[in-house]
Ligand binder design. Structure first.
Ligand SMILES: [Zn+2]
Length: 315
C-alpha cells in the first residue's frame, strides 16, 4: 500500500493507492498561505495520516509515500519549486519526525508519466512519453519501463527552444517551447490576436476580454470563428514542433498529451498534431516505427497515482 501526494500551486492532493494503482481514498486541501518548509512538511504528514485513516490502513503499513513536486528534487530533498517558495527542504528527514515511512520524490510531470504508464494511456508500452500542457509545459519519459529522471531535473522539455530569440521565458532563456505551448502562452496569444481582430468572436466568448482563459480560443473556434480557428491552428503547430522534436530524440511507442489544454477537442489539437507528426517526424519520413500520439487518460488523478507508484518505475 502506498500514499501518493500531488503538490500543486493551489492544492495538495493525496491518495491511498494499492499495488495495482487503484485509488482507495483521496483528499484535497488548499495549499493556503505559506508558513515555511517545516510547517509544509508537517502538513504533508498530516494529510498522509488522514488518507490512511479514510482508507482504514495504518500509516505503518505503507511501503512509502510518493510525492510529485512542481520543481526540482534531489533524493528526498526538494531543491526548488517555481510557484511555492520551497528551497532546499529536506522532506525525507523532516517527514520522519512525524511518520516512520520512507519518502520518494519526483517532478510532477514525471509522476504523471508514471501514473499514465501503469494505469492510463501508456499501458502496454515499454517506451512512453507524457507532455503536460498546463500553466507550464512539463514532460516525463519512461524508457525500457523505467522513469528517466536524470538528477531530478531531466525532462524539462518546456525549456527547449523552438524560436531562437523568441518570447522571454521565466527560466531566463528566450523562445522556450513553454512560452508558446503552455496555457499561459495560449492566453497571451489569444489576447494578442483579439487586439488585432476586433470583430472576432473571441471577444464575445471572453465577455469582452474580461475572462480570457485557455479555453477561449477553442470555444470561439468551435462556434466557427475564422480568427479563432487560425489561432488554434497556430497553437497546435507550436505544440507539434516540440512533440516532433521529442519523437526524433526518444522515439517512444506512444506519447500522451495531458494537462488542462490537453483536454481540448481532438479536431483542434490532437488531430493537427498527429498530421504534422506523420509528415515531419524522422521515423515517419524514413518509414520507421512511428510514435502514436494520444490523449492522457487519468486527468487530475495522474499525479497522485504516479507518485504512489514511483517505486515501480525506479531506475
Ligand atoms: Zn524556459
Amino acid at each position: 500500500m502506498y500514499v501518493g501526494i500531488d503538490i500543486g500551486g493551489t492544492n495538495l492532493k493525496a491518495g491511498l493507492v494499492d499495488g495495482e494503482g487503484c485509488l482507495l481514498a483521496a483528499r484535497r486541501t488548499p495549499l493556503g498561505p505559506f508558513q515555511g518548509g517545516e510547517y509544509f512538511v508537517r502538513r504533508l504528514a498530516e494529510l498522509t495520516a488522514q488518507v490512511c485513516r479514510d482508507g482504514g490502513v495504518p500509516p505503518g503499513e505503507l511501503e512509502y509515500v510518493g510525492m510529485g513536486v512542481p520543481g526540482a528534487v534531489a533524493g528526498s530533498e526538494i531543491v526548488y519549486t517555481c510557484n511555492i517558495p520551497l528551497k532546499n527542504v529536506p522532506v525525507g528527514r523532516l517527514f520522519s519526525q512525524y511518520l516512520d515511512v520512507p519518502v520518494r520524490l519526483a517532478n510532477d510531470a514525471d509522476c504523471a508519466a508514471v501514473g499514465e504508464y501503469f494505469c492510463g494511456a501508456g499501458r502496454g508500452t515499454k517506451n512512453f512519453a507524457v507532455v503536460t500542457l498546463g500553466t507550464g509545459v512539463g514532460g516525463g519519459f519512461i524508457l525500457n519501463g523505467k522513469l528517466c529522471s536524470g538528477g531530478g531535473m531531466a525532462g524539462e522539455v518546456g525549456h527547449m527552444v523552438v524560436e531562437r530569440g523568441g518570447e522571454p521565458c521565466a527560466c531566463g532563456r528566450r523562445g522556450c517551447w513553454e512560452a508558446y505551448a503552455s496555457a499561459t502562452a495560449l492566453i497571451r496569444m489569444t489576447r494578442e490576436t483579439m487586439e488585432r481582430e476586433r470583430d472576432s468572436l473571441l471577444w464575445e466568448v471572453s465577455q469582452g476580454g474580461a475572462a480570457v482563459t485557455g479555453r477561449t480560443a477553442f470555444d470561439a473556434a468551435l462556434r466557427g470563428d475564422g480568427t479563432a480557428r487560425a489561432l488554434c491552428r497556430r497553437y497546435a503547430e507550436y505544440v507539434a514542433v516540440g512533440v516532433v522534436n521529442l519523437m526524433n530524440i526518444l522515439q517512444p511507442e506512444r506519447l500522451a498529451l495531458g494537462g488542462g489544454v490537453g483536454e481540448a477537442e481532438d479536431e483542434l489539437l490532437l488531430t493537427p498534431v498527429r498530421e504534422i507528426a506523420a509528415r515531419e517526424s524522422y521515423a515517419a519520413r524514413c518509414g520507421g516505427a512511428q510514435t502514436e500520439v494520444v490523449r492522457a487518460e487519468l486527468g487530475n488523478d495522474a499525479g497522485v497515482i504516479g507518485a504512489a507508484l514511483l517505486g515501480r518505475a525506479a531506475e
